[in-house]
Design a protein around this ligand. Structure first.
Ligand SMILES: [Zn+2]
Ligand SMILES: [Zn+2]
Length: 260
């Protein structure tokens, strides 16, 4: 089985039950569905309750932080505490590519998410788009390394990779590493130690080749995993084992299941 550590089931324009069973048939499980605002986070929890192979992350995406209030952070905490299958806080972080929300608001929200993840001992899922320096600085200031940190859809260079690995973070790759022109990203992926590597789709976004430009679905994490296996010269089976172990380590999924 190959885990998809980052999908937005609520944004996929297909019947969710079918999307999940197609993924399971393709050998993709578990799926972590990611909240981007309060409504979407509530929906993520609903999916995780409805489907065995689905877990939830709750958070407010940097692009959605424009109208975030202090009360929203409390509400997020309630949602996160309300169900065993919530395994992470996020996605959160900074997005300077799309200026849908002022940088200061994004930073405040990012800090609030880091504090919440630390308080709950949950993984933190970080979105960093053209904001590498500020992202790293805030993660450090807020002592994010006191919990597990996942750099989702990692886009940094080898220097940045060295920094995040030094801090103990996990590094996740999505469809773009399958694109022809992504040699640099593939090189970076090949430098990630076996025990820090994760794979994701970010569905419905970032479809891997040969589906580039089409709406994405979780089963296509297999194409990402195959590319990761190729870049480090291991078999797809070995890659599946490694990604499963790392997903359990990053999100505490195995231990949570035992507790249930
Ligand atoms: Zn993201
Ligand atoms: Zn996402």
């Amino acid at each position: 089985m190959i885990p998809d550590t980052h999908a937005h089931l609520d944004l996929i324009d297909q019947e969710t039950g079918k999307v999940i069973s197609a993924a399971e048939q393709a050998g993709v499980s578990p799926i972590i569905t990611i909240g981007i605002n309060l409504a979407s986070s509530t929906e993520a929890v609903w999916y995780s309750r409805s489907f065995d192979s689905v877990y939830a992350a709750v958070g407010i995406h940097p692009n959605d932080t424009g109208n975030m209030t202090a009360g929203d952070a409390d509400r997020l905490e309630e949602i996160a505490r309300g169900d065993d299958k919530v395994v992470a806080i996020g996605e959160t972080g900074l997005d300077y590519y799309r200026d849908r929300s002022p940088a200061e608001r994004q930073k405040d929200a990012f800090r609030a998410h880091i504090r919440l993840a630390r308080r709950l001992g949950m993984a933190l899922i970080v979105h960093d788009r053209q904001a590498h320096d500020d992202t790293l600085e805030i993660l450090k200031e807020e002592k994010a390394d006191e919990t597990r940190v996942v750099m989702h859809c990692f886009s940094g260079n080898p220097d940045m990779l060295r920094e995040v690995l030094g801090r103990g973070y996990f590094v996740s790759f999505a469809g773009p590493i399958t694109f022809k022109k992504s040699q640099a990203a593939r090189k970076v992926a090949s430098l990630v130690p076996d025990d820090r590597l994760l794979a994701e789709t970010d569905a419905p976004f970032l479809s891997p080749e040969p589906f580039r430009g089409k709406p994405n679905i979780p089963e296509r994490v297999r194409l990402v995993a195959n590319e990761l296996a190729r870049t480090r010269g291991i078999s797809p089976e070995e890659m599946a084992g490694l990604l499963t172990a790392n997903t359990e380590a990053a999100f505490g999924i195995g231990t949570k299941e035992k507790k249930r």
